[in-house]
Ligand binder design. Structure first.
Ligand code: TXA
Ligand code: MG
Length: 320
């Protein structure tokens, strides 16, 4: 079983040996390995049971340490990096030959980010290689936002979980690329559309990558973040007319419902705070999954700011 602890030296030692360990970031916990070690990268795919076509994000602690791995970086990417790193933004940039093809699943672009969690930054600064890290959950399942979440599912497959407490953001990073003078967002996350647009200015459009487009977005698989039970999204009062109250778990934004047992419902933020809702959404799905209910009924949150990322995760949890 994985040891859970907060010793950076232990994590660093294992990573130098080519082992895979879970690390905290401000978004979600990552399953980290030496990005330059074929053995470590292969082990990440194996532990997650991740399809080989789904590429990984490379993490460092400083921009100058990323530069050997990327080329033709557009000006606007530097602006975004300066504004949001360290932080929950991942940039898709042209890769150099120093990035192993296994990290990018053969793509000419590599996803890079500098995380904001102090333990992650300290760990990265002590290593002389970048870390590649997908979310530390089995492929297709809910992402982990505590060390216990990681240990519960991957504990038997990895030696160490570096415990940095509950994740402050709670949903993954926003992923953005650069195409034809536009910023193209592949996944909404911790940095919002409003923040991106304000940073790049009105002259540069910020658009969402439509999944109907010719270029596939690897990993943007419709079904993801899926708990054990079917997740049904809608107006909760209407859904409660159609589903037996004793068989449902409720995931609401603010309200609780007297028809359903208290232990079977989670209100993400009674005060209506989207940041708090983002912190709690994955934990709430994990909690409800463990209750003796046959369905999880969920409602969308306001589709603004980080609410877009929350709604995206709920839609994917509900997709089949
Ligand atoms: O917040 C996060 O981004 C967390 C923490 C650990 O950093 N990581 C994370 O990784 O969410 P993962 O692997 O669970 O999600 C990364 C997404 C995947 O959907 C993957 O397909 C996409 O990023 N991605 C990675 N590299 C890519 C590339 N070269 N081109 C297109 N998409 C890429
Ligand atoms: Mg993931």
């Amino acid at each position: 079983m994985a040891e859970i602890g907060s010793h950076i030296a232990t994590a660093a030692k294992l990573l130098r040996q080519g082992k895979v360990v879970a690390i905290p970031t401000e978004t979600v916990y990552g399953l980290a390995g030496n990005a330059l070690s074929a053995r470590a990268v292969a082990q990440i795919y194996l532990v997650k049971n991740r399809p080989a076509f789904n590429p990984l994000i490379m993490h460092t602690n400083a921009l100058d340490r990323l530069l050997p791995y990327v080329k033709n970086v557009p000006e606007v990417a530097y602006h975004l990096a300066q504004a949001f790193w360290p932080g929950p933004l991942t940039l898709l940039l042209e890769k150099t030959g120093r990035v192993p093809d296994m990290v990018t699943a053969g793509s000419a672009r590599v996803a890079v980010r500098i995380p904001r969690h102090p333990l992650a930054l300290q760990l990265l600064s002590e290593l002389d290689f970048p870390l590649t890290a997908p979310s530390a959950n089995p492929s297709g399942y809910v992402s982990p936002t505590t060390a216990a979440h990681v240990a519960e599912q991957l504990g038997s497959k990895i030696p160490y979980v570096l415990d940095g407490g509950p994740c402050a953001v709670g949903v993954e990073s926003t992923i953005a690329g650069f195409e034809n003078g536009r910023v193209v967002v592949y996944r909404w996350g911790g940095v919002t559309q409003e923040e991106l647009q304000q940073c790049v200015g009105a002259g540069v459009p910020v658009v969402f990558h439509s999944t109907e487009a010719a270029t596939p977005a690897p990993g943007m698989l419709a079904s993801h973040y899926a708990p054990r039970q079917p997740v049904v999204i809608g107006n909760l009062a209407d859904l409660l007319d159609r589903y037996p109250a004793e068989q449902v778990g409720l995931l609401s934004f603010r309200d609780t419902y007297s028809a359903v047992a208290e232990a079977h419902q989670v209100a993400l933020s009674p005060a209506g705070d989207l940041l708090e809702a983002a912190q709690r959404v994955f934990g709430a799905l994990r909690y409800l999954e463990k209750q003796p209910v046959a369905y999880i009924l969920a409602e969308m949150v306001p589709d603004e700011g980080i609410g877009r990322a929350i709604n995206d995760r709920l839609r994917r949890a509900a997709a089949d």
